[in-house]
Structure formats: C-alpha cells, structure tokens
Design a protein around this ligand. Structure first.
Ligand code: ADP
Length: 430
C-alpha cells in the first residue's frame, strides 16, 4: 500500500549527535556482547531519544523500513509511523515517562522508504539512568506483514461467506413466501373453478339425455331434423369430453394444494379392491373416449388381484399414464396396458410408441410442474400442467408402492407402478 505521508530527513543537531556518541561509547566499551546481539538480531531494534529521534538502529530495523542507517539516524519515529498510529504511540510513551507502565506493545503500520506500508509489532521500554531519570526508549520491532495479510484475506473470505449465506437465506425466504402465495392461489382458484365445472358437466349430461329422448320420435321425422339432432349430440359429446379434461386439470390443482397444505398427505380411503378390475375399467373408458386409438390389454392372471387401495386414486394414476401415452405418441399407434404379478407385488404398466425420454428427463418428469422440453404433445389433447406424474408418484407412494419409467429416445416409453398385494391371489373370477 502506498502512502503520501511526507518525510523530510533533517540534519542531526549537535546535541543529538553528542547523545548518540555517548550511547555508542557506553555500549562499545562496557557492553560489547549487547552490541553484537543488537546488531545481528533477527528482529528490528532501535534506541529512540526522548525527543523522538532515532539514536541507534540495527540492520534488521533498516531492512524493515527500507532506509539506510545514516538516513534513519536523522529521522524521528513519527516519520516512520503511519499517521493513524502516531497519536496512540505518543500517548503510550507518556505513560512510560509518567511511570505508569514499564513497557507497551502495539501493532501499527510503518511507512517504508518506497512509500509502501508494512505492518509491525513494536514493544517499547523506557531506559532510565542510575538516578532513575528517563534516558531513552528501546523499541523491538517485528515484521508481521505476512500474518496481517493472511488475517485480512481470512476476514475477507469469511465476510464473503457470511454475505453469501445471508443472501442465500434471503432468497430462500423470498422463495418460501412465493411458494406460500402460489399454494394459496392454487387452493382458492381450484375450488372456485370446480363449482362451475360441476354445473356445466351436469347440464351437458342433462341436455344429452333430453336430446336422446327427442331423437327416438325424430327417427320418423324429416332427415334434416334427424341430422341436426345427431350433430347436437355430437357437439355435446365433445363438450362433455373437454369438461372431463378440465375436470382432471382442476382435480390436479386441488390435489396439489391439498398435498402442500397437509404436507404430502392426500386423503385416501383405502379398502380391499381388485386391481385387475380397476385396470379393465380404465381401459374400457379410454377405449370409449378415444375409439381411434388401439389399446391392447394384457392381464397375466384370471384371479382377483387384491390390493388395499383407494380405487378412485388408482383410476386417476392409470388414467394419467394412459392419457399421457395418447398425448405424447403419434395418433393411431397402439398402446399396451399390462398387469403382472411377481412375489407379493402387482405391476401395472402402460407402453407407448412415442418419442421416448433420455435418462436425465426420466428423473425430472416426476417433479412438480416439470415438462420435458424434448417431448411434443400430439394435437387433439389439451396441454397439461406438468402435475400428473408428480401426483401419481405421491398417490402410489402413499399406497406403499413404487413408480418408474423405462424409456430411450426413439424407443417409446413404459410407465409403470407397483403395489404390494394384500395376499396371494386365490379366488377365481366368476
Ligand atoms: P403433463 O402431461 O400435464 O405435462 P405429467 O406430469 O403427466 O404432466 O407429465 C410430465 C411430463 O413428462 C410431460 O410434460 C412430458 O414432457 C413427459 N411425459 C409424460 N408422459 C410421457 C410419455 N408417455 N412419453 C413421453 N413423455 C412423457
């Protein structure tokens, strides 16, 4: 670090030169071992007069501050001490002179000859004459620059770490708040949507039934009336299917808000049920809904497949797998649904000949709101919300089963779920 603290190196006064000489003489004559230690010490040492001038310095001291001995002997200690520390140093000296302390130590910065600063630790004592009069100060000066830099770097990285963790904490709080609002929004909107949907569905079904009744006598009526009635039936059928799609989406939203509110608990009503019958029923409904799509069914047993489950929820999972298979594979290509048993576990799978999924996507598609970017849905099916598989996985998890997908790009996908059997199948289906 550069400093612009100005230094003028004055000529030593006659009086000070005399003090220096006396000091050197005294040391030279009677204390030459001290002189040798002073000179060769690996630590900076200086004698400082009561007028703050340097009287004697060793080589290490010269190395620390970067001045020659001659230059130093014409300087005051204030010329070397960074301005920030001059006042404190003088105050310490006063305490020594007043006899309040024998020694003091402080960490401070020196300004070197090249203007850079260096951290030092100085320990200063006051030397007194035999008659106890203050004579001069002796300072021991240790270069602690490296330690200080290390301390600074450690402090900076600690501060950086603390700042990062505070930022992470803040963004986690923001995220949690956003999620809370989102869940609240989902909860409200899904319930608000469900009520009119139920009414629409009931009215469409009612209108269809009324039309059917008119359609019987209409068989004898003019052809164009019969055509119009058939057309109206058709339109109502389409409306009913779309209402069903909407119903499922809203159902997913209701589930999601319930999962969040109850911490992943869906309100299940488990009871013994026949999984084979559930699979057959779902396939039959899907065949009716999308007559153009061949759905093959393979059930590897004629026996009752007993599981303890909420049958409506299993219908929901299998319907989701099946509607995905239809949504993401080209129209007309067959889908295969199978049920097989293996040592106490029933496996239900839905195989399609769609685009397939790379391994990374196979993991992520089970996440809430996730939709694989590489997969396009085929027209005729509504776009989803990326919730179906997430909800399916939670439903199956709560039935103590597992979900999974086997797939490869271009090879189609097989989505499966497994459930523990209540007991080995034993009853014959009538
Ligand atoms: P949604 O279908 O409503 O987007 P899902 O949770 O049911 O939500 O599915 C999540 C994602 O998984 C889909 O968006 C799609 O990218 C992918 N996916 C699901 N089923 C299939 C499938 N049979 N073939 C290819 N990708 C699929």
């Amino acid at each position: 670090m550069e400093s612009n603290q100005a230094i003028s190196i004055a000529r030593p006064s006659k009086q000070r030169l005399a003090t220096q000489e006396r000091l050197l003489e005294a040391i030279g004559e009677s204390e030459w071992p001290y002189r040798a230690v002073f000179e060769h010490a690996a630590i900076g040492m200086a004698h400082i007069g009561l007028d703050d001038h340097l009287l004697l310095v060793n080589q290490c001291y010269c190395d620390i501050v970067g001045y020659s001995r001659d230059e130093l002997l014409r300087m005051k200690f204030q010329d070397l001490t960074h301005l920030d520390y001059v006042e404190a140093s003088l105050a310490h000296q006063q305490r020594l002179l007043a006899g309040e302390a024998d020694t003091y130590a402080m960490e401070k910065r020196y300004i070197r000859r090249d203007g850079s600063t260096i951290w030092v630790r100085t320990t200063v004592s006051l030397i007194r004459t035999p008659s106890n009069e203050p004579a001069h100060f002796v300072a021991i000066v240790e270069d602690i620059n490296e330690r200080k830099q290390l301390e600074r770097r450690t402090r900076e990285s600690l501060e950086g770490l603390l700042r990062e963790s505070a930022e992470a904490h803040a963004s986690e709080l923001t995220l949690r708040e956003a999620k809370r609002r989102m869940d609240e929004f989902l909860g409200i909107t899904s319930h608000e949507l469900r009520t009119p949907l139920t009414t629409i569905k009931a009215n469409v079904q009612f209108a269809k039934r009324r039309l059917k009744k008119i359609a019987v006598p209409a068989a004898t009526a003019a052809e164009d009336i019969r055509d119009k009635l058939n057309e109206a039936q058709d339109l109502l059928g389409k409306a009913e299917r779309q209402v069903e799609v909407l119903n499922r989406l809203v159902g997913d939203l209701v589930d999601i808000s319930r999962i969040e509110a109850d911490k992943m608990e869906l309100r299940l009503r488990p009871e013994p049920c026949n999984l084979a019958a559930i699979v057959r029923e779902v396939v039959a409904v899907q065949r009716r809904v999308t007559a153009s799509r061949p759905i093959r069914l393979k059930i590897a047993t004629r026996k009752v497949v007993l599981v303890i489950a909420d049958a409506d929820r299993l219908v929901q999972v299998l319907t989701n797998y099946l509607s995905n298979a239809q949504k993401y594979s080209p129209i007309g290509l067959p889908i295969e649904v199978s049920l097989r048993l293996q040592t106490g576990v029933a496996y239900v799978s839905v195989r399609d000949q769609g685009p397939g999924l790379p391994p990374a996507e196979q993991e992520r598609i089970w996440e809430r709101f996730y939709q694989a970017g590489c997969v396009k849905h085929h027209c005729g099916f509504s776009v989803g919300l990326g919730l179906g598989l997430y909800i399916s996985s939670i439903i199956i998890e709560q039935h103590h089963g597992q979900v999974g997908v086997e797939s490869a790009p271009g090879q189609g996908s097989t989505f499966w779920f497994s459930l523990p059997l209540f007991k080995e199948p034993s009853l014959n289906v009538p």
